[in-house]
Design a protein around this ligand. Structure first.
Ligand code: ADP
Ligand code: MG
Length: 683
């Protein structure tokens, strides 16, 4: 069997199973053997029947004592058998598999794995998996058993045997695409050995060796692909030179505050990129409220005064509009034309906006995804900013940077990501960090309470409103369906309007609302015409209303820590003391610990590290927000050491051969080229 052969050539795969496998993305023999186990089941401990542990899954060997029989109970068929070894006899039972009666033969020996149930006075092994002992190497017991992600129509048992068979018939054909020097240096085992042992480990040691090799391989390819892209971007094109000291002085005067040290540092990094002759590709990570917008504003202004167009793209209409107004406020004093662009605009407005973008009279273009659509042509785009980067995919970012003639690209995110992970997510970018908040920010008083506190919370909110403040209430974002979510928010808001907050102005905001409705609610809230804004997480990103001092989050356990942190960042933006109240009735230990962390710290990096530790990367990145590439085997939390090794190795290879043109790197080159094609990654 060749690696490239269709899986239809594999024994036991007929039309139907072929279809199932294809649906899983498995087409060739190679795809199949690179479908690694999801987890393992340790069945190496074989018990005697007298030693079976009650109410646990046991593996044991025994012979059929007589033939199996079947009985009918209601609409069920039970198959029963007695199984004996030197020590004792035990009953086994299977449901609705009448054919088993003829499968088992009196006196034949099998290895079984199943739960030994003691209940209602009965003692029996329930639906054990079985495998005849005379068939050569055992697959279902006496060893560590691989467990696969599989689909309906192919059981674990079948999957296991298909893989085993395929591995045997396609032995030693895998070629190694990791260059030899890297393999030696990092003590990686042979690829064939690794794939063999990831499925059916000979022993613990072989398993660890195999896994380490495959994890390394996966991360190494990822890192190499990213680095290659990064160097190509840097080397391939020459960057526009943007330099304008005078513009910087002008704008800095009218921004209304002095930049923090951290803001200044990042601004200088951007300016250095502007004059480097290379194309900038920079990520700014800065906690909520750290003042990323000001940095974007100043640097955009410099680019515009140097004669270029600048563009800012934000993930939501609300946020884009907000940026539009704050840029307009400052830029118009200098006669800079700021133009808004969104998919939701009226036709005429849009046509006008597009024309202005095309003829260059739109100097600062701010908008949503609409900015990267076809048909948007810039005259002279020199600088592009995307805000809240984690909401965009790498492709969108690339689309935007293709809009002009190699414009400089700045991406900003408020999601603090542990540094090593940032390197994976944004490996093709240079990273700047704003690690300081503007002066005078108050600690946000954060409390975690249960629902019995609601009346007290509401009266507290009223007191604050009476002092002139405003409040956000964020309702459970149960992912179930957007419809349910909307209903929940509306219901909640109605309760407040009809009852607790009858005499106050309460409004709702949710994703499904029409854009201009959303916009007008946000404006009303920003202008102080709304006291309590009940919303879904649409307000999570970037919204800035300094007079809002209370953030009440219902069902706080439903949110990731980083998300809670983002939400909390909506308050504490003005000079008044602000509060964040997390409501949850959950008694789950992890939840309790997560709520504690929120009360203890406001450092986004600490919070994201904790989130990662408590929930693991699956959950951490679970909301797809981060667009982390799908990894087959590496676990970014557990495998951080291997990640570091892979990063070092990738850097070394790219340093020696940035386009992977040397012969030794041929296979690796192919692999990295395919990397971005095969995966829908949003970095
Ligand atoms: P984020 O980094 O979350 O996007 P923003 O750019 O929205 O933060 O800034 C948050 C608030 O802080 C805004 O009201 C902004 O005007 C203010 N701000 C930003 N930088 C400073 C500074 N250096 N001094 C005082 N206020 C600042
Ligand atoms: Mg922001």
């Amino acid at each position: 069997m060749q690696l490239g052969s269709s899986v239809s050539e594999v024994h036991n795969i007929g039309k139907q199973r072929l279809l199932y496998l294809n649906n899983m993305g498995i087409f060739t023999v190679e795809d199949l053997i690179e479908h690694f186990p999801r987890e393992y089941d340790d069945r190496s401990d074989i018990k005697t029947i007298s030693d079976l542990v009650p109410n646990e899954v046991n593996t044991f060997i025994g012979s059929l004592n007589g033939n199996a029989d079947t009985i009918r109970i209601k609409n069920m068929v039970l198959t029963r058998a007695k199984i004996t070894d030197d020590t004792a006899t035990v009953n086994a039972v299977w449901y609705n598999q009448p054919y088993l009666k003829n499968t088992f033969k009196d006196g034949q020996r099998y290895i079984f794995t199943g739960k030994y149930q003691h209940s209602y006075g009965k003692k029996e092994v329930v639906s054990p998996e079985y495998e005849a002992l005379d068939k050569g190497e055992l697959l279902s017991g006496g060893r560590i058993i691989p467990v696969y992600n599989t689909t309906k129509g192919i059981s674990q048992k079948i999957f296991r045997s298909i893989i085993k068979d395929t591995l045997e018939k396609s032995k030693n054909q895998l070629v190694d695409f990791i260059p030899k020097c890297i393999r030696m240096e990092n003590k990686l085992c042979d690829r064939n050995f690794a794939v063999q042992n990831i499925h059916f480990p000979e022993d613990d040691n072989s398993f660890f060796t195999a896994r380490r090799r495959l994890v390394f391989e996966e991360l190494f390819v990822l890192q190499t692909a990213l680095l290659k892209m990064k160097t190509a971007v840097k080397e391939g094109k020459s960057g526009i030179i943007i330099k304008n000291e005078k513009a910087e002085k002008e704008i800095s005067m009218s921004i209304g505050f002095e930049l923090t040290k951290a803001q200044k540092k990042v601004k200088e990094e951007i300016k250095a990129d502007f004059v480097s002759g290379k194309v900038m590709n920079r990520l700014v990570q800065g906690d909520v409220g750290s003042g990323k917008t000001a940095v974007a504003m100043i640097t955009s202004f410099i680019a515009i005064k140097e004669g270029f167009q600048a563009a800012l793209m934000a993930p939501t209409e609300v946020l884009a509009k907000q940026h539009y107004y704050s840029f307009k406020d400052v830029f118009e004093q200098f006669g800079v034309n700021v133009v808004y662009l969104s998919g939701a605009m009226k036709k005429k407005e849009k046509t006008d906006a597009l024309r202005a973008v095309e003829d260059g009279s739109a100097e600062m273009v701010i908008g949503t995804h609409a900015v990267i659509q076809k048909g948007v042509t810039f005259k002279n785009l020199g600088f592009v900013v995307t805000d809240e980067q984690h909401r965009f995919g790498v492709n969108q970012r690339i689309l935007l940077s293709q809009k002009g003639n190699n414009p400089h690209v700045l991406v900003m995110t408020a999601t603090p990501i542990p540094r090593t992970l940032a390197l994976i997510l944004y490996g093709d970018l240079d990273i700047s960090i704003i690690d300081e908040l503007p002066p005078g920010r108050q600690e946000i008083d954060t409390r975690a309470v249960n629902t019995s506190y609601r009346p007290r919370i509401y009266s507290f909110i009223k007191k604050e409103i009476d002092k002139g403040r405003q409040a956000y209430v964020v309702c459970p974002s149960i992912e179930e369906s957007e419809k349910r979510e909307t209903e929940a928010v509306i219901e909640y808001a109605e309760k407040l309007m009809d009852y607790y907050f009858k005499d106050y102005k309460v409004a709702v905001l949710y994703g499904k609302m029409k854009n201009d409705e959303k916009q007008s609610v946000m404006e009303d809230f920003a202008n102080g015409n709304i006291d309590v804004l009940v919303s879904t997480t649409v307000i999570e990103v970037g919204v800035n209303v300094p007079n809002a001092t209370i953030m009440l989050i219902e069902n706080a356990e439903m949110f990731g820590l980083s998300q809670l942190h983002q939400l909390r960042g909506r308050v504490g933006r003005g000079s008044e003391q602000s509060y964040c109240i997390l409501v949850s009735d959950s008694k789950n230990k992890v939840t309790i610990e997560r709520m504690k962390v929120m009360q203890k710290t406001r450092d986004g990096f600490v919070i994201s590290e904790t989130d990662l530790r408590l929930r693991g990367p699956g959950e951490f990145f679970g909301t797809k927000q981060h667009g982390l590439p799908m990894l087959k085997i590496a676990n970014l939390y557990k495998d951080i050491d291997i990640l570091k090794e892979a990063q070092t190795a990738a850097a070394k290879i790219i340093e020696q051969d940035s386009n992977l043109e040397q012969q030794d790197n041929n296979l690796l080159n192919e692999k990295t080229n395919r990397f971005f094609q095969n995966r829908d990654i949003g970095i």
